[in-house]
Design a protein around this ligand. Structure first.
Ligand SMILES: *Cc1c(COP(=O)(O)O)cnc(C)c1O
Length: 366
């Protein structure tokens, strides 16, 4: 049996008709940039999240950078973020011109450690970027003292489309959020895409302007921006998938529950858990195992495309050597990076596939 990490083909088969018709219309109108489907999707996604505004952009990394820039965060400012995240979170901070300040994560859920984040605040801190990693919200209310001190919470919601904390959708828990519609995300395009989400009309206006060469009126460039727009064709795909996202997230939840049952008594496998108050959308189902690389190799050999998100914490990446943080600086993130293992997940994983994955994992551990 072969089990892919994510099955994008199965997702496509559900929406192929709609996408074909939508693409045909865009092609006939040649409305490739800023066509009507872009506005339609932006409105739909803002409604889905429960935010006042959604600005479609070219990818999730840009979305985070643009959100920071729209808040006037840049040179001379510090932005606090977790070491256990995809490198893009830190890249966005640097590209905005600010300095990333990394903190460790909590050992149970591998999300930003709020106490360390609060302790890392300096007079130059302008934002904290909690990352809703693996599909569940970081316990953002614990950053309240920072918010009270005027520090912006900018969410990295790339892995959490549809996730809620205490009934509120990620993307509405801070002042602004960046999200990614990379194909493998819970809501994925057919190429790169992303969005900024915010309740603030002013932040939305700035973000839209920055993403369009700093311009609101053609050939008038009020501020320095760049080109980061959502393609019309991608918006067609995103609208078709968004209509199914709640059902797909529900299906992911069932897949996660089944893994948890199948592996409940597997010695040596530490299962993921959900923080009280969270509605998890299971972008990834991440277990922790000893001898992870050997286990991973054995799973690959058996046809199971398990993976690691992520094998190297941000502070140990060559790109961030300038931060001067060596091994030992973020012990929880470093230990996790050696043990974490993402099992295949998605709305279309079958019970048979899951039973096979669990059996292969058990065999690899024992
Ligand atoms: C995917 C991802 C991003 C970046 O999104 P891109 O669309 O690939 O630029 C940022 N942060 C996290 C946590 C991600 O998973």
């Amino acid at each position: 049996m072969k089990v892919p990490l994510v099955d994008l083909g199965a997702q496509h088969r559900e929406i192929a008709g709609e996408v074909g018709a939508g693409f045909a219309e865009v092609l006939s109108e040649t409305s490739f940039i800023q066509g009507k489907p872009v506005t339609t999707f932006e409105d739909e996604y803002a409604r889905f999240v429960g935010a006042g505004h959604c600005i479609g952009v070219a990818n999730g990394t840009d979305a985070l950078e643009i959100a920071l820039r729209a808040l006037d965060i840049g040179a001379g400012h510090e932005v606090i973020l977790p070491a256990n995240t995809f490198v893009a979170t830190a890249e966005a901070v640097v590209r905005a011109g600010a300095t990333p300040v990394l903190v460790d994560v909590d050992p149970a859920h591998l999300l930003i450690d709020a106490d360390q984040a609060l302790a890392a605040i300096s007079p130059r801190t302008r934002a904290i970027v909690p990352v809703h990693l693996y599909g569940q919200a970081a316990p953002i209310e614990r950053l309240r003292p920072a918010v009270d001190a005027g520090i912006a919470v900018v969410e990295d919601a790339a892995q959490s489309q549809g996730a809620r904390r205490h009934g509120r959708s990620t993307g509405t828990l801070g002042v602004a959020a960046g999200t990614s519609f990379y194909p493998g995300k819970n809501l994925g395009a057919y190429g790169d895409a992303g969005a900024v989400v915010t309740d603030s009309a002013e932040v939305a206006r700035r973000a839209r302007r920055i993403a369009n060469h700093g311009s609101e009126t053609r050939y008038q460039h009020a501020e320095f921006g760049f080109n980061s727009r959502l393609d019309t064709l991608q918006a067609v795909v995103l609208s078709a998938k968004l209509a199914r996202l709640s059902a797909w997230n529900e299906a992911r939840r069932a897949v996660a529950d089944r893994y948890s049952r199948l592996l409940a008594d597997a010695d040596g496998v530490r299962l993921p858990s959900t923080i009280e108050g969270n509605e998890h959308v299971w972008h990834l189902y991440v277990v922790r195992v000893p001898e992870r690389d050997r286990v991973l190799g054995q799973m690959h050999a058996a046809g199971v495309s398990a993976a690691v998100h992520y094998p190297v914490p941000v502070h140990l990446q060559g790109a961030f050597a300038d931060l001067g943080l060596s091994r030992g600086a973020m012990p929880v993130s470093e230990a996790a990076a050696e043990e974490i293992l993402s099992l295949p997940i998605g709305p279309h994983v079958t019970a048979e596939q899951q039973e096979y994955v669990a059996a292969v994992l058990r065999a690899a551990i024992s």
